[in-house]
Design a protein around this ligand. Structure first.
Ligand code: 6R9
Length: 660
């Protein structure tokens, strides 16, 4: 595609209807958002309903000895109220909130769920929670398949002021137990089983196994609320487990007598905790609060996706990730939009599923991950072109850099050259989209997340000195000032929050990403600069995988690196040295890979596992030299770089000969 353009301006047709329809309009509004930051965010706060007005717009310090981030202090609101009640109160109860598209289209029916029905179900669940003693501020763990009850569970918690912690349904019992302990959570919401790609997922059994672990130090979880989904066989613990359908009649009585109204939450009351991987230690429980999160997710959802009343939005993420929190549950519902809620996977019954569903439900805006695009691109165009896709008008991506080839395929083949693409860069910690083209205004370049959203002040720093670089350049991406949906802390460990994000470069939010800025001021994310691997858009800390490996009795030491992968973006390459008495063989290799799967979950499974017979390459001071391990893994032995600090050069030769 050598004659393919490098830049794709919005079509006149798209721009004419867009909320922000020209570069001049974007630039003017952006300038205002930075120059009068507080005034700008004061106005934007009006997009949600407040029970009581706030007194201060912004109270933020990034100084490493006093990091605090507060927005809209004094204001009282409720995220569930904004997502559901207010639409029903305004007479929009009949509008479809969710079009539930089930895993298997041949045996299950799609279902339209109105705002009124979503509110009813959410209220019921909220009353079940209060009837079982859940109170404002309590932490509720949610481990659910992609069924609407997952959203109701999050909204029910928000309604009564409980802090929810959603754990992706692909995580293992070990991972669930760790998160339950860390959040000190005594209530779990799950389903009997989930469905994905024609297979069943043993959710309740995983919760049971997790609770065996947490119970080992004395029981902590009082109740497990179970949604009947597949009707499959599960074990039942009489005193602990509660079926949602059994608890519903009592909850409806509670509700009829005025129970479970929306709690008046302070703007800065926590809304949820979401665990995410970092370069060191166990996953961090990132805390998001109420007011600013609602304002920012709904605003970005409206502008970035150029949302109109008649749109059918579809974000293919799972609610277990931040993308699902912000762009399935809160942003879209606060905006009162209709969206597809998808239980399945892109390749079942076949790799044309996405496009079939687009036609089936008339999807206008489609938001997915580069890894999915690459996987489907590899299956050929026929599966795309058998669907008309005529309803589509805007496409989006998130989760990792998109390679220009995949971008162009998405644009030409999926979007028939008609739909702008919003490549949105953001993070669990940012709560909402930070860098993105506004589709009616900003010309797109394949592979670039382009320009900052309103109120966002990115900077590129020289890595070593921290000097702010101007003009076209490359370095570390930081954000110079706060925005309303920024994470406020790490649950139970503010010091870790400060150390992770605010000490690398004093006075700036450190993103962990590297980036390039071109002559038009466009940002190009180059990937993580820390020890975080991005596998299919999912963040994995190398340290996490290493700790899982060394839990195995045969493993003495482990080092993990990310290597490029055509479809997944990156995959995991693990080096393992064995303890006394263990010999490397294929069975052990398979066992160790399976072991990581069991400890963390399938997404953490090493693609390659190499036995480091002579040990791992270390500096004289004992640090593992990952830089060298990365080069060996990618077969670049000629470019190992400076090896003078190696304690034992022979180790490297042995690794090169033993490469997988
Ligand atoms: C929303 C989400 C965050 C990390 C981030 C970066 C990578 C996300 C990207 C992107 C290039 C994009 N990332 N979007 N890289 N272009 N459009 O994915 O959150 O799971 O916390 O991951 O993902 O490296 O730092 P999260």
């Amino acid at each position: 595609m050598s004659d393919a353009p490098d830049i794709y301006p919005p079509s006149q047709e798209f721009a004419a209807r867009a909320h922000i329809g020209s570069m001049a309009e974007y630039e003017e509004m952006y300038a205002r958002s930075v120059e009068d930051n507080e005034g700008f965010w004061r106005e934007q706060a009006e997009r949600i309903d407040w029970f009581e007005p706030f007194t201060t717009v912004k109270d933020v310090s990034y100084a490493s000895d006093d990091v605090h981030i507060r927005w809209y202090t004094g204001g009282k609101t409720n995220a569930c109220y904004n997502a559901l009640d207010r639409h029903v109160d305004a007479g929009k109860g009949d509008k479809t909130a969710f079009i539930f598209e089930p895993d298997d289209p041949n045996t299950q029916e799609a279902r339209h769920i109105s705002y009124a029905e979503a509110l009813r179900e959410t209220k019921t669940m909220a009353c079940v929670l209060t009837n079982h003693g859940v109170k404002k501020g309590d932490r509720v763990t949610i481990y659910m398949p992609m069924i609407p009850e997952a959203a109701y569970a999050m909204l029910a918690c928000a309604r009564i002021g409980a802090v929810f912690s959603v754990i992706f349904g692909g995580f293992s019992p070990e991972a669930i137990a760790g998160r339950i302990r860390d959040a000190d959570s005594d209530f779990v919401i799950t389903a009997d089983q989930g469905r994905r790609g024609g297979k069943t997922i043993a959710l309740k059994a995983n919760v049971d196994a997790a609770l065996q672990k947490t119970d080992a130090d004395g029981p902590t979880v009082r109740h497990v609320l179970v949604v009947k989904n597949t009707g499959g066989n599960i074990q039942w613990h009489e005193s602990r487990d509660v079926w949602l359908h059994d608890a519903t009649p009592e909850a409806q009585t509670t509700e009829a007598s005025g129970g479970c109204p929306c709690a008046h939450m302070d703007a800065e009351d926590p809304l949820f905790i979401l665990y995410t991987s970092g370069s060191t230690g166990t996953p961090k429980g990132v805390v998001h609060t109420t007011g600013g999160y609602c304002v920012y997710t709904s605003m970005t959802h409206e502008y970035v996706f150029d949302l109109h009343e008649d749109d059918v939005f579809w974000c293919t993420a799972d609610v277990g990730w931040i993308t699902g929190h912000s762009y399935i549950v809160f942003g879209p519902l606060i905006n009162g939009c209709t969206q597809v809620f998808f239980e399945g996977i892109p390749t079942f019954p076949d790799a044309g599923r996405f496009w079939d569903v687009v036609d089936k439900h008339g999807v206008t805006i489609f938001y997915t991950a580069p890894t999915a695009i690459r996987a489907l691109m590899a299956q050929g165009d026929a599966l795309v072109t058998r669907a008309s896709r005529a309803s589509l008008r805007l496409l989006g991506t998130v989760g990792e850099p998109i390679n220009p080839e995949a971008w162009r395929w998405y644009h030409e083949t999926v979007g028939d050259g008609r739909c702008p693409i919003v490549d949105t860069w953001w993070q669990t910690e940012t709560g909402g989209i930070m860098l993105t083209p506004l589709p009616g205004a900003v010309p797109q370049k394949p592979g670039s997340a382009t320009l900052p959203f309103f109120g966002i002040q990115p900077q590129v720093l020289e890595a070593a000195s921290g000097e702010v670089l101007d003009g076209p350049t490359e370095g570390i991406l930081v954000i110079a000032d706060s925005w309303p949906s920024q994470a406020r802390t790490v649950y139970g460990n503010h010091e870790r929050f400060v150390n992770t994000y605010f000490t690398a470069y004093e006075g700036k939010y450190f993103t962990g990403d590297g980036c390039r800025r071109d002559e038009d001021g466009y940002y190009w994310i180059t990937g993580r600069v820390d020890d975080v691997i991005n596998v299919s858009g999912h963040r994995m800390g190398t340290a996490e995988v290493e700790s899982a490996l060394v839990l195995h009795e045969a493993v003495a030491e482990a080092a993990v690196v990310g290597i490029p992968h055509d479809i997944k973006g990156q995959s995991i390459y693990a080096y393992v040295s064995l303890g006394e008495g263990y010999t490397p063989n294929e069975d052990l290799r398979a066992e160790l890979r399976q072991h990581v799967r069991t400890v963390i979950g399938p997404i953490a499974t090493p693609e390659f596992l190499q036995f480091a017979i002579a040990g791992l390459p270390k500096t004289r001071s004992g640090k593992i030299m990952r830089r060298i391990l990365r080069k060996i893994a990618t077969n670049e032995h000629d470019a190992l770089g400076d090896t003078s600090t190696l304690a034992d050069a022979e180790v490297v030769d042995k690794l090169i000969t033993g490469r997988r």
